[in-house]
Design a binder for this molecule. Structure first.
Ligand SMILES: Cc1ncc(COP(=O)(O)O)c(C=O)c1O
Length: 431
């Protein structure tokens, strides 16, 4: 594969940006080599600056549920931008997108648009604290919630301990407001709830944890969270930045039929433009400024171009059968890869939910927690990624990342991917 132009661009980018990228997940650190610089996306396909074309399962890390440059989305962006890109005053496009969402998502009554998933989570945590008058937050190891200071925290030693920061630049005092627990562990949760009784504002979880592999939770654990939050006067927050509008219009809340108190959204909601949102029942949202005392603002919040893109994309998602079709495609990919590898008995498994999938180089058929991921197996991802790239298949450059199937993927794309994945796994294990 010719990567001359990408390599040249990367060399230049390294002089401008730390590590040559504007978001660390774009670097190829964990798979080796340099990132590819993309020139064009069309449907399920991505083309880089050297002219290599790939079937894309990164989909910009999830937002592009319709694929690249969907004509409805592109037209909405172009038409709206022609009338101006930002006014710093309300537009009817904000109402339109909110109405579309709120009238089709039965678990929320009011929302606030922001410009990223991180901003949505950060603002929702502030709201939870303002609403409850309590400070501490419980989060789970293996869930990512954006680069919010108090959430870039990992577990200390012991089960129900206060967190320690997982990034330089975060005061320990912030980390100490966060309790980090293992996923899927009721006993650890009970211990934390009794240790920090009446101090916890919110329990935040990715209900479909998809940032550290795909750590599918049993509904029973999520229902237990709902139960204890109600009992203890703690808000339950689902961070649906990935799962929202992805596994169904009502995201993981609809999938598991659980209604949390607070939601954060991002990615799909903006049709590929920078949008996030947080949402809840009106009683909670009315605590946000200017109606309530919890301050939160944004120059580009509810940006008209982004609202139009989100509206166009979510309108397509509401087409009858949309999510069923996406799931069928994903099941086709996963089931065919697994069936073709079955007789070889190799330590490999594909996990999936809706149109999210993850490849795991281990025998385990269920993985609920990050410490159950086999670190040695993970080293196989790097040659797998390379094998796929060389065959025109693009996955995010880390084995801990999930893949996304879009509405633009065809059976032909999936068949080519199945062949490449099967041959990749066989090559890695010499089978
Ligand atoms: C679950 C979850 N929450 C929050 C975020 C942060 O979103 P953003 O990258 O838009 O700030 C992400 C990003 O991947 C995410 O996956």
């Amino acid at each position: 594969m010719n990567t001359i132009l990408s390599n040249k661009l990367f060399e230049k980018a390294r002089t401008f940006f730390p590590g040559g990228v504007n978001s660390p997940v774009r670097a190829f650190k964990s798979v080796g080599g340099n990132p590819l610089f993309m020139a064009k996306g069309e449907g399920a396909l991505l083309t880089d600056e050297d002219g290599n074309t790939f079937i894309d399962y990164c989909c910009s890390w999830g937002p592009l549920i319709l694929g690249h440059a969907n004509h409805h989305v592109v037209k909405a962006i172009a038409d709206t931008a022609a009338n101006g890109t930002s006014f710093g005053a309300p537009t009817k496009l904000e109402n339109q997108l909110a109405e579309l969402i709120l009238s089709n998502h039965s678990r929320i009554e009011k929302m606030r648009f922001v410009s990223s998933g991180t901003e949505a989570v950060m603002s929702a945590i502030r709201l939870a604290r303002g609403f409850t008058g309590k400070d501490k937050v419980i989060k789970f190891e293996g869930c990512y919630h954006g680069h919010v200071d108090s959430l870039l925290v990992k577990a200390g030693s012991g089960l129900a301990t206060l967190g320690t920061s997982s990034s330089a630049g975060i005061p320990e005092a912030y980390a100490k407001e966060t309790i980090v627990l293992p996923l899927h562990d009721k006993a650890a949760l009970d211990e934390a709830l009794s240790t920090y009784k009446n101090q916890i504002a919110v329990i935040i979880i990715e209900p479909i944890p998809a940032n550290n592999g795909l750590l599918l939770q049993e509904g029973e654990f999520l229902r237990y969270l709902r139960e204890v939050c109600t009992k203890e006067g703690i808000l339950l927050m689902f961070d649906e930045v990935i799962s929202g509008f992805r596994v169904g219009f009502e995201g993981a809340a609809g999938y598991y039929d659980i209604t949390p108190d607070l939601f954060s959204f991002g990615k799909i909601i903006g049709g590929g433009m920078p949008v996030g949102a947080y949402a809840a029942r009106a009683e909670i949202m009315n605590h946000v400024a200017p109606e309530g005392p919890v301050y939160q603002a944004g120059t580009l919040s509810g940006n008209p171009v982004a609202m139009a893109a989100g509206f166009a994309q979510l309108t397509e998602c509401l087409r009858p059968g949309f999510y069923e079709e996406l799931k069928e495609k994903t099941d086709y990919l996963v089931n065919n890869v697994m069936t073709r590898l079955q007789s070889k008995n190799l330590p490999f498994h594909m996990f999936s939910v809706g149109s999210i999938f993850w490849v795991s180089f281990s025998d385990k058929k269920s993985i609920h927690r990050s410490d159950e991921i086999d670190a040695v197996g993970m080293s196989k991802f790097s040659p797998f990624h390379k094998h796929l790239l060389e065959r025109g298949i693009y996955l995010g450059p880390s084995g801990y990342e999930v893949g996304f199937v879009s509405a633009a993927h065809t059976t032909q794309h999936l068949d080519a991917t199945i062949d490449a994945m099967v041959s990749g796994v066989c090559e890695i294990y010499g089978a």
